[in-house]
Design a protein around this ligand. Structure first.
Ligand code: MOS
Length: 765
């Protein structure tokens, strides 16, 4: 995706330090705490109600804000009457484009500036122009939330409407294919795929459609803001603490150290918890009000001003020779990415890495619509791209009378099919074999509609998932080792519920040779060393590399302090390793000195080292992908068309699994989100008005417990020799492939091929 591409762009100026020859992390294969299913360190605070989320921070003289959103798609405000709102009891002020402080544009995340953070570069309350339906046009600040909400309803606005671009189909004529992506270009041709396709012994060629989807983290977007002179404190729920603080400082003309963003807990992110208009509005309104301020978006508000997954239309064509070997892969399509947005929805990314083929034609075209920009949503691109390509593979297998797993086996690549770079590690076929055995794939009947249970037809399906590895450059940590043998690691990293602190404490325990109980982890605060963002399934290895670098610095410092009176005297960094609460010679276990002893002799209370992860060169040298084999069993009612997912199994190949408990939760959570993608989720966008019509959790359907079946997860656990800890991302791979696995199971049950998500019962009758 764009994040990865921008990392690769950035590598041009990052000095090479680490993995010059691809030396594996020495911790691989000798870990103790890593791989153990430790409980989440943040668990007790969360279940005990002690975890304080951004909308819960108590502040003196707190004020509350409510937003008003435009009801037209394009045009101009001709009348804006705030008098009634201002006269309402409790109202402190109304902020509109007339009195909002003049600020610049938010820099868009990704491609040109890695530390940029914005999702939309449209002006925020700067003028009377309306640029999409749902745009913020006013903010009311009041003594209570209820007073703010009521006053917001009293604001009267007239618009001079102009025609807007809201129709997907019409926008196709002006579709663009930006050349911005350095390595993963938007247009790739290998050989002549159309000619190969025409000449192929077997082929499928179809169009797949996926709808827009909206973010529905259970914790709403919320911010509590306090100014103190020219210092700003922002309690936010955000996936990118460090870069958000930087962006807010720049927007409001403050020195970097005058802005502090705190985000110790994020109640679900999935890509949607970035910097959007509401934080900027809240900061500006708090300034005008001269009061601390809280702004919690309503559920509707999240739909209005936080983008979601773009709808897509994708053509996938596969050509194969008589043995089923691919001769052509065509994956082209359209998705939305307005110039004021940042998310390219790379649905063709997995297709490039999954199969060997004689030829490829890959083309992504972006549509410009007047909408809140689409954004990153768990496996942006990959989740919907695998729906298309993995259905196509299933269709071809059916056409050829080959088992779909066998067809995949025949087309398994031995290096990256397009770049030619070697895979760092890849055991997708092993994941299939383990998964198929466990799932009972043999029960599947090749002929659709064969398995029945009364009115229910039963079908089994599978699909591959793939997600690129990413490690962010410039992830920083501070490591403090104390004379009592305890250590703390600090970084402005994010805890969105995946167990960030937990696995890094496990990691640090092994890296430093300390028990997990001796290690603390501080995160979620921009006052700490700038950590990586939580995105692109990259935070874990990004932090791991930084901790690795810190431990190397610590080793050097300890050896220096140990001096000539230590059993370590004369040893160099390469001769020792951190273990058993101190440093020991690798060759001679009798030469060991504890941290306590070294610090006591040196009369030091603590050692503090700051370190940054090395340049992620491994990403340039190797094709690195997490992979999965997803299995699904559905039953479909003959009478109503109702689809029930009976069970799912995910078999993952994602490198070292650092904590089986947190990993299983990540995988399951992703698969549940995939279930929603396949069967229920759909943003109903009225193309006449440019308005989202189902902006509530009652109308936008995400799976509830009764929809979620038994989900089993398993993994190969094979370490990736090219990554820190041998680990790769596990956050986004979970959803990837699930849509197709369910669609393929529905086909196997019914013989009906639904190429348009969500697969609702009306499409089966
Ligand atoms: Mo994710 S869509 O990188 O939070």
């Amino acid at each position: 995706n764009a994040v990865i591409a921008s990392v690769k762009t950035a590598l041009g100026w990052v000095p090479a330090q680490w993995l010059p020859g691809g030396t594996p992390d020495p911790l691989i294969g000798r870990s103790a705490a890593i791989g153990r299913q430790d409980n989440r360190l943040d668990g007790p605070a969360k279940v005990g109600g002690l975890a304080r989320f951004s909308a819960e921070v108590p502040l003196q003289r707190l004020s509350y804000a409510a937003l008003v959103y435009s009801s037209i798609v394009r045009g101009r405000i001709t009348r804006l009457d705030t008098a009634a709102a201002e006269a309402t009891p409790g109202v402190i002020l109304v902020m509109t484009h007339r009195n909002m402080p003049r600020i610049g544009l938010v820099p868009l995340i990704g491609v040109t500036d890695l530390s940029a953070v914005g999702n939309s570069s449209l002006p925020i309350l700067q003028d009377a122009t309306i640029r999409y339906n749902g745009q913020v046009v006013a903010a009311v600040v009041a003594e209570t939330q209820e007073q703010a909400d009521h006053a917001a309803s009293l604001i009267e606005i007239d618009y001079a409407a102009e025609p807007g671009k809201t129709r997907f189909e019409e926008a196709k004529t002006d579709a663009r294919t930006p050349a911005s992506i350095l390595i993963e270009k938007n247009h790739v041709s290998v050989g002549n795929a159309e000619r190969e396709l025409a000449a192929a012994a077997h082929r499928v060629d179809n169009v797949y459609r996926t709808p827009g989807q909206n973010h529905n983290a259970i914790e709403l977007h919320a911010v509590t803001v306090a100014w103190d002179g020219d210092s700003l404190v922002v309690h936010d729920t955000i996936q990118m603490v460090a870069s958000s603080a930087k962006a807010l400082a720049k927007l409001f003309g403050l020195k970097k150290d005058k802005v502090r963003v705190l985000s110790p807990f994020v109640g679900g992110g999935f890509g949607g918890k970035g910097l959007w208009d509401h934080q900027v509005v809240a900061v500006a309104a708090a300034k005008l009000a001269g009061r601390p301020l809280r702004l919690v978006l309503s559920r509707e508000g999240v739909y209005r001003i936080v983008g979601g997954r773009s709808p897509s239309e994708q053509r996938v064509a596969l050509g194969a020779d008589a043995d089923g070997r691919f001769t052509a892969i065509v994956h082209t399509g359209y998705s939305i990415m307005p110039p004021h947005g940042a998310c390219p929805e790379q649905y063709s990314l997995c297709t490039r890495a999954l199969y060997r083929s004689k030829s490829f034609e890959i083309l992504q075209r972006h549509l410009d619509l007047d909408i809140v920009p689409n954004t990153y949503m768990r496996a942006p691109g990959e989740a919907i791209g695998t729906f298309a390509v993995e259905c196509a593979v299933d269709e071809l297998a059916h056409e050829m009378g080959i088992d779909p797993i066998e067809l995949r086996r025949r087309n398994e690549p031995d290096r990256h099919p397009i770049h030619g770079s070697p895979f760092s590690q890849r055991a997708l076929i092993q994941a299939y074999e383990q998964g198929a055995a466990r799932f009972g794939w043999v029960r599947r009947q090749a002929e659709p509609g064969t398995l029945r249970d009364g009115e229910w037809r039963i079908g089994l399906g599978c699909a591959s998932g793939s997600f690129p590895y990413a490690r962010m450059p410039g992830a920083n940590v501070r490591l403090t080792l104390r004379s009592d043998g305890s250590a703390t690691i600090a970084s402005s990293a994010q805890e969105m519920g995946m167990g960030t602190a937990t696995v890094q404490v496990q990691h640090a325990a092994d890296r430093l040779g300390l028990p997990v109980e001796a290690i603390g982890f501080e995160l979620g605060d921009s006052a700490l060393p700038a950590g990586p963002m939580a995105g692109g399934s990259s935070q874990t290895v990004s932090l791991a590399a930084a901790i690795m670098a810190a431990s190397e610095k610590l080793t050097a410092e300890l050896l220096r302090l140990a001096g000539n009176d230590s059993p370590l005297a004369g040893l160099r960094a390469g001769d020792v390793r951190l273990l058993d609460g101190g440093i020991g010679a690798i060759e001679d276990p009798s030469r060991h000195e504890s941290y306590r002893s070294i610090l006591a002799r040196a009369a030091r209370d603590e050692i503090v080292v700051d370190a940054a992860g090395s340049a992620p060169l491994e990403m340039l040298k190797f094709a690195m992908h997490s992979s999965s084999a997803i299995f699904c069993e559905v039953r479909v009612s003959d009478v109503t068309g109702e689809i029930r997912v009976e069970r799912m199994l995910g078999s993952f190949d994602c490198g070292t699994i650092l904590n089986p408990k947190t990993a299983a939760s990540q995988f399951r959570g992703g698969m549940i989100m995939g279930l929603g993608l396949a069967l229920t989720e759909e943003t109903l966008f009225d193309e006449r008005s440019g308005r989202i019509m189902n902006a509530t959790l009652a109308d936008y359907h995400i799976p509830v417990h009764l929809d979620v079946p038994e989900i089993e997860v398993m993994w190969t656990g094979i370490a990736d020799p090219r990554s820190p800890l041998g680990a790769r991302g596990i956050g986004e791979i979970g959803i990837t492939g699930v849509g197709a696995a369910i669609a393929n199971a529905v086909f196997n049950a019914t013989g009906k091929r639904v190429r348009e998500l969500p697969i609702t019962l009306d499409k089966l009758l």
